[in-house]
Structure formats: C-alpha cells, structure tokens
Design a protein around this ligand. Structure first.
Ligand SMILES: [Zn+2]
Length: 130
C-alpha cells in the first residue's frame, strides 16, 4: 500500500558545468520506444539529425525511424534512463569540447576530415566517428 516509488530516485549533482544535458522524453508504444522530443534535443546540441539517429540506432542495436512529427522511433523497449544515457554519451563524444568541456562547438571540415571546433576556447579537435 505504501508508495515507495520515490525512494530510489538518485540525487543529481549539477555543479560541474553550466551545460545541462537535454533529457529525452520517451515512452513505450507497443514494442517500440518513442522519443517525442528528438527534434528539441537536436536543437539544443546543434547537430546533424542523421548523425545522432545513426548513433542511437547503432547503440541500441535496433532499427530506428523518424516519424512524420519528427519523433524518434526505436524498435524495441528502452527505458528513459537507457535513452538518456545514450544521448549523454553522444553529447560527451561529439558535442562537448575535449579541451574545455563546453558545448559551444561546431563541426568543421579540414582537408576532408570532420573536426570539432570549439567556439569557447578555439580548440580544434579530431573526434573519431564525427
Ligand atoms: Zn573548448
């Protein structure tokens, strides 16, 4: 009878940096997982839709699609925590500057190689799989 749902919620400490990881809003639909704010995550991180899409499909080892309302649809059931961990790992790998850890980066091409250019500290970093 007692509601223990709240007992296990971890406390978040967010003092490391000003950047807040965007949180995926996902839910199950049958055997699929829908990420309804996929478009707004992309907006926050300012990255190519296809790149994040491919990353998530690969990491979840499933086929994925983007529906007509720009939601991400994953074939399979993934909890919101799982989705958020993947989004965070994408951001850590491909968005945050490896030098100063700020998210103010963009993708540039130098001699045909895609690199991460940081607008905060000026660093140009090569990132595998970018
Ligand atoms: Zn930087």
């Amino acid at each position: 009878m007692a509601d223990r749902l709240y007992a296990g919620l971890p406390e978040r400490t967010k003092t490391r940096e000003r950047f807040e990881m965007p949180q995926a809003e996902s839910f199950f639909h049958g055997h699929k997982t829908i990420v309804r704010n996929f478009a707004s995550i992309l907006k926050v991180i300012n990255r190519d839709r296809k790149h994040l899409f491919k990353f998530l499909a690969k990491e979840t080892a499933t086929s994925a699609a983007i529906d007509e309302t720009n939601r991400l649809v994953l074939n399979g059931k993934f909890t919101r925590d799982q989705v958020n961990r993947l989004v965070s790992s994408y951001i850590t790998q491909f968005v945050l500057c490896p030098e100063c850890k700020k998210p103010d980066t963009k993708v540039v091409e130098k001699q045909g190689v895609r690199m991460l250019k940081c607008e905060a500290c000026g660093a140009l970093s090569s990132v595998k799989g970018l």
